[in-house]
Design a protein around this ligand. Structure first.
Ligand SMILES: Nc1ncnc2c1ncn2[C@@H]1O[C@H](COP(=O)(O)OP(=O)(O)OP(=O)(O)O)[C@@H](O)[C@H]1O
Length: 397
């Protein structure tokens, strides 16, 4: 276990235009901590991981693992991968096809010149850990996807590295196996306490595994926080959108209330909540937003957007909007419903238990969509929290 310190890491790639894949990124990781780098494709997750592994030559920055300085661009230090006490587990498993499972797991031990007897013991232990002891004499082609990934996991852990790097290791597995291997990895981390950096673009994976999440945007960390804080208090609209608040509703202040900030002509589509004689009807009176803001974006999770029949009165404490059903799919205990509200398309999860009405929802149906004011988060035009309460701090943004 090692304390990991990344300072001012920058990596540019030549090209037209040149890409700044990692942009002055700093991060401290506590010994035994499980850090997840989360973000959309191209935000620099993999490049950060490759810089940690020694597979890239960064343009700026320093990285230390425990008391070992493995990168110092100005000091001209950049230790090769086999000189860093790091284990790696990739999305593609990257098992050697011509080697048995035993030789695959033992590979990092051979590159570190671990004595034969000790290596044999470590391989057995690692295989035992991930439930692969019975597979040691097989070749990768004789294994299922889940077994291959468990072998890759054993190989990443076999040398008892200070730091284990994971690059989307679960994304090639089918949904059921992904859950299984994820649970196994979580348990292994709790038992062994290795320090980990795990790259993913899957928010549920990040929430489940991370002690802390670093949400990345354009080579930088937009928010660094516990899963609970990132989930409940996304510091920026970008983070909110990425962590499941997929619904976005733009509102504009008008008089003492708020109107939908849709484009021209959109109000006819939604009837009730729309304009009459050119002036839009307010959809909400007071919202927990400072007076200085005149344009905001409301962010909301699908299960916080409720639906009720158009003729029914929604609760008075909520924000009610006239909506039209675009699509409704059966989801077991709920319906997944897409509704149009002015220019916006929003997703609702309408529970079926005790509300069989939702089962009959169909395209073209007029409904009322509503949400509780405190279930939503509010962001200003720059994507920062627009809240009357103290906003969560953005780190490194
Ligand atoms: N070898 C390379 N040459 C040129 N540009 C690169 C190279 N590797 C990465 N990039 C660019 O650097 C940026 C960050 O890429 P990176 O692979 O780190 O993102 P990522 O967040 O891991 O994405 P993904 O989830 O798709 O793997 C992207 O704009 C990418 O196009």
């Amino acid at each position: 276990m090692s304390h990991v310190r990344i300072e001012g890491l920058t990596k540019r790639f030549a090209g037209k235009p040149p890409a700044v894949a990692v942009d002055d990124l700093s991060l401290e990781i506590e010994p035994g901590e499980f850090i997840v780098l989360l973000g959309p494709s191209g935000c620099g997750k993999t490049t950060t991981l490759r810089c940690l592994a020694g597979l890239e030559t960064p343009d700026e920055g320093r990285i230390s693992l425990g008391d070992q300085m493995v990168l110092d661009v100005r000091g001209k230090v950049n230790l090769p991968p086999n000189k860093r006490r790091i284990g790696m587990v990739f999305q593609s498993y990257a098992l050697w096809p011509h080697m048995t499972v035993r030789r695959n797991i033992g590979y990092p031990l051979r590159t570190r010149r671990v004595a034969r007897e000790q290596a044999r013991r470590r391989i057995d232990e690692a295989a035992e850990l991930v439930d692969c002891a019975a597979l040691l004499d097989r070749y990768p082609a004789q294994l299922s996807g889940g077994q291959q990934q468990r072998v890759a996991l054993a190989r990443g852990l076999a040398a008892q590295p200070d730091l284990v790097l994971f690059d989307e290791p679960l994304s090639n597995l089918d949904a059921r196996l992904r859950d299984q291997v994820r649970a196994q990895l979580h348990e292994l981390h709790a038992r062994l306490g290795f320090t980990a950096v795990f790259v993913t673009h899957d928010q549920s994976e990040a929430l489940a595994l991370g002690d802390r999440l670093a949400i990345m945007k354009a080579g930088r960390i937009e928010q660094l926080d516990t899963p609970e804080r990132v989930f409940e208090e996304p510091a920026t609209e970008y983070v909110a959108g990425f962590i499941g608040m997929s619904n976005r509703l733009p509102l504009r202040r008008q008089g003492t209330g708020w109107i939908l900030a849709g484009g021209p002509g959109t109000n006819e589509q939604t009837g009730e909540a729309s304009s009459s004689g050119g002036a839009s009807r307010p959809v909400a009176d007071e919202l927990p937003v400072p007076r200085s803001h005149s344009e905001i974006a409301v962010r909301l999770r699908p299960d916080d957007l409720r639906l009720c029949p158009a003729e029914e009165k929604p609760p008075a404490h909520g924000v009610a909007l006239a909506a039209e059903v675009v699509d409704a799919q059966f989801g077991g205990r709920h319906m997944d419903v897409v509704v149009a509200i002015a220019d916006s398309r929003l997703h609702a999860q309408a529970p079926l238990t005790g509300k069989p009405w939702a089962r009959s929802l169909a395209r073209g149906q007029r409904v009322t969509a509503w949400f509780a004011k405190d279930a939503a988060l509010y962001y200003d035009a720059d994507g920062a929290r627009a809240t009357a309460h103290a906003p969560a701090a953005a780190v490194g943004a």
